[in-house]
Design a protein. Structure first.
Length: 188
């Protein structure tokens, strides 16, 4: 997915104004969701209504960012039962993902939010649990002032094409690879 970097000796394109954008954080490195959660801080500091819908993560980790975001007024829905390697019933996992998608589609269309984070949505798309074409249509047809951040590994090419900004996190080294378990305050 790596693309050629922009040259700094070229003039920037003409400035244009848009009501909202779609961002994608993808790749095999750490930080996709964390970056999105950082943007939540920026958004609530601007008094934007924010909604987060998590497609894969379960509530069992009691993540610190959920507590902080809710205290700041963001709506947060953890609508997963864990990653596939944690699931005892993938059909149930798929059903939960479809429920999360119904909630996400409504949030995108509603116009109630200036920022909607679709955390780990790429998994639900890539597993075929939610129809990709529905996702693309909902992103294109979202309320005009609703910005969206989609996170997860292996962002489908159609999502990359649709997005205004795509960042690929690349894993170089991760503590987990040396046996260090996820740490409260760092990883959740």
């Amino acid at each position: 997915m790596t693309q050629e970097l922009p040259r700094h000796d070229q003039a920037p394109p003409p400035v244009r104004t848009v009501d909202s954008i779609v961002l994608v954080n993808t790749g095999d490195g750490k930080g996709k969701s964390t970056a999105a959660f950082g943007m939540i801080m920026r958004s609530v500091a601007r008094d934007w209504p924010v909604c987060v819908i998590q497609f894969m993560k379960s509530g069992k980790w009691r993540a610190g960012e959920v507590v902080a975001a809710r205290q700041l007024g963001a709506e947060w829905y953890t609508h997963g039962d864990g990653f596939t390697w944690e699931s005892d019933d993938l059909d149930r996992s798929a059903g939960i993902a479809r429920e999360a998608w119904a909630l996400a589609a409504e949030a995108l269309a509603s116009g109630r939010y200036r920022l909607v984070v679709l955390d780990e949505i790429t998994y639900a798309i890539n597993y075929g649990w939610i129809p990709a074409d529905e996702v693309w249509d909902a992103l294109r047809g979202r309320a005009s002032t609703t910005n969206v951040i989609c996170t997860g590994r292996n962002a489908p090419p159609a999502l990359v094409d649709l997005a205004d900004t795509v960042t690929e996190m690349r894993n170089i080294k991760h503590a987990y690879e040396s046996g260090v378990r996820a740490r409260r305050g760092i990883d959740y």
